[in-house]
Design a protein around this ligand. Structure first.
Ligand SMILES: [Zn+2]
Ligand SMILES: [Zn+2]
Length: 151
């Protein structure tokens, strides 16, 4: 088993990351076959969080791709014939071609690699997120209390 992954020069996909792995494969496929498919597919999918904040996307750090850079994880194209291609850096420090990640961020607010969510322009969603965080905090406090009493 270990040899197998060594040969492929990659890490085994862990159980909890399987969803992300599938997402990357999907993104790659759609990148190759055109993002229109993705846009249509997600048109009625309200499970995806809303688009990333336009302001935030506009201010993402960008830089020119060089041949020494790691491949963009979405398209996996070799860094040659660069033609002024640019990488955009997300707040989680993952970098993708602007042409690969921008259509994605127009649909949803999370990094396709690590799922870290970015700010959105959707007030309802932001409110909901805050509420969820408070709820989570409360749950953790209750659990800590529980552990300190019975643990
Ligand atoms: Zn790319
Ligand atoms: Zn990331």
């Amino acid at each position: 088993m270990t040899d197998y992954f060594d040969e492929l020069n990659c890490q085994p996909v862990e159980e909890e990351n399987t969803g992300t792995h599938q997402l990357m494969l999907m993104l790659r496929y759609l990148r190759q076959s055109g993002f229109d498919a993705l846009l249509n597919m997600n048109m009625n999918d309200d499970r995806l969080p809303p688009a990333a904040s336009k302001e935030l996307v506009k201010n993402l750090e960008s830089r020119h791709v060089t041949e020494d850079d790691e491949k963009c994880a979405i398209c996996l194209l070799p860094n040659e014939n660069l033609n002024g291609q640019k990488f955009l850096k997300l707040p989680c420090n993952h970098e993708f071609h602007d042409s690969c990640i921008l259509p994605w961020l127009e649909r949803t607010n999370s990094c396709p690699m690590c799922r870290q969510e970015m700010k959105t322009d959707d007030e309802d969603y932001e409110e909901q997120k805050k509420r969820k965080q408070r709820q989570q905090q409360r749950d953790e406090e209750v659990e800590m209390l529980h552990n300190s009493m019975y643990g």
